[in-house]
Design a protein around this ligand. Structure first.
Ligand code: GAP
Length: 402
């Protein structure tokens, strides 16, 4: 064996093509020419994605004594989104080229900043140099209709974040689990955003999966927990194989903050297209619980037995996309090496994330070895994801050519 390249930084096209060839991720609806940045996870990708979700759940729920889980529905009352502010504020500034008609998020064309700053920095169309329109706000929630009649009264939204399912269940969880502060409610599930621009493989899509946790704390202690969760989440990525030098924390400027946040830090990753958001950790204060309490008329607060006081807890939220985690772990696992003059690629995935844990590769198909190796396989299958291969040459069976 000769030396392994130290850098795992790989071009996105190389990874996309490896994912397709090896059954990790396929373009969706491919036999019809694909469909607008949608992707399907293949046999190995499905295992990897489930393992990423399991690793998060284990670290965030199972291993902790201050956390419970939830699985809320994607369709919720439209009143949820009015109260949370998503109907009026969940917008992106959109600019359109008057010449080639391409649409961009104003943010893409400028550095981070306010919508006005983004508009003035946007300038000309990066594709054809044409004049860009003024920025207008575009709500990125997907609308649908519930029931047989498509009318205004039956409009519902596909959730753009899983977080609101947690806030509207705060009372249910509190009364059924009798938690004391601080405690968290975690959930994983699909979210949908009608993004103006998508791309960079599974980095930005319109249908994606999130892993979010709302951590309810005593007001005044949220800064401390904000620091704690930023570090905890950074460590999680390193624990499962992301390179520390590919990760950094970036604190938002006040004008970048979402309508619900008084402080946000992104965990950024050095993707092939540059540094970009992997996870966001936000201080949501009592914004969401207060809004839902006002809109629903329910009392969404906490009774502190020690002080005898009722108060609305503050919230610190770490929120990450499953697909972005999959992308990060694949990028940092990718390695190439030269073996006897031939270059080959392989994935150095953390054992907890690896899709296949054990391969049974009998050296020959002779009468003695064949039944014994099948028996070994039978014994292993209930405990691990396994693979059996007695067909190809032994070298080919663990090879992963670029
Ligand atoms: N509840 C807060 C929230 O949703 P966000 O920063 O909008 O915050 C959290 O989203 C995470 O979800 C992001 O850091 C990213 O990992 C993932 N995410 C957001 N939009 C996405 C998209 N269009 N495609 C893939 N992942 C996305």
């Amino acid at each position: 064996m000769s030396e392994t390249t130290p850098e795992s930084t790989v071009e996105m096209e190389t990874l996309v093509s490896l994912c397709k060839r090896r059954g990790f991720i396929f373009p969706s609806s491919e036999i019809y020419g694909g469909f607008e940045s949608t992707w399907d996870y293949g046999p190995l990708g499905t295992e990897l994605k489930q393992n990423v979700k399991r690793a998060w759940w284990k670290a965030m729920v199972q291993e902790r004594d201050d956390m419970v889980g939830l699985d809320s529905s994607i369709l919720m009352s439209p009143r949820v989104w009015e109260a949370s502010g998503h109907t009026s504020h969940f917008t992106d500034a959109l600019v359109e080229c008057q010449n080639c008609k391409r649409r961009f998020r104003a943010e893409e064309l400028s550095d981070h900043g306010s919508d006005e700053e983004q508009q003035s920095a946007a300038g000309a169309c990066p594709d054809c140099g044409g004049r860009l329109t003024e920025a207008r706000q575009f709500n990125t929630m997907f609308k649908t209709f519930v029931g047989a009649v498509e009318e205004e009264a039956s409009i519902a939204y596909l959730r753009p974040e899983t977080a609101q399912g947690i806030f509207v269940n705060f009372e249910n969880v509190l009364t059924t689990t009798r938690r004391k502060l601080p405690f968290g409610i975690a959930q994983q599930g699909k979210s949908f955003r009608n993004e103006i621009t998508t791309g960079n493989f599974i980095f930005r899509t319109r249908e994606f999966e999130q892993m979010e946790m709302e951590y309810f704390v005593k007001p005044g202690t949220d800064d401390e927990w904000y620091d704690y969760w930023r570090q905890e989440r950074l460590n999680w990525f390193v624990r499962f194989g992301a390179r520390r030098e590919h990760l950094r924390l970036r604190e938002y400027a006040p004008e970048e903050l979402a309508h619900y946040s008084v402080g946000t830090t992104d965990i950024e990753f050095l993707f092939p297209m540059g540094w970009d958001e992997l996870e966001g950790i936000a201080k949501r204060t009592d914004y969401d619980l207060k809004r839902h309490a006002e809109a629903s008329g329910r009392r969404l607060d906490f009774f502190d037995e020690e002080s005898g006081e009722h108060f609305v807890p503050y919230v610190v939220e770490p929120a990450v996309g499953v697909d972005r985690c999959v992308l990060v772990f694949l990028l940092d696992a990718y390695h190439e090496e030269e073996v006897r003059g031939e270059r080959r690629a392989f994935l150095r995935l953390h054992p907890a994330l690896a899709p296949i844990k054990v391969a049974v590769l009998p050296l020959s198909r002779n009468e003695k070895l064949a039944p014994t190796s099948r028996q070994v396989w039978d014994l292993l299958r209930p405990h691990f994801m396994t693979q059996f291969d007695d067909a190809q040459s032994i070298g080919r069976r663990y090879d992963l050519r670029p």
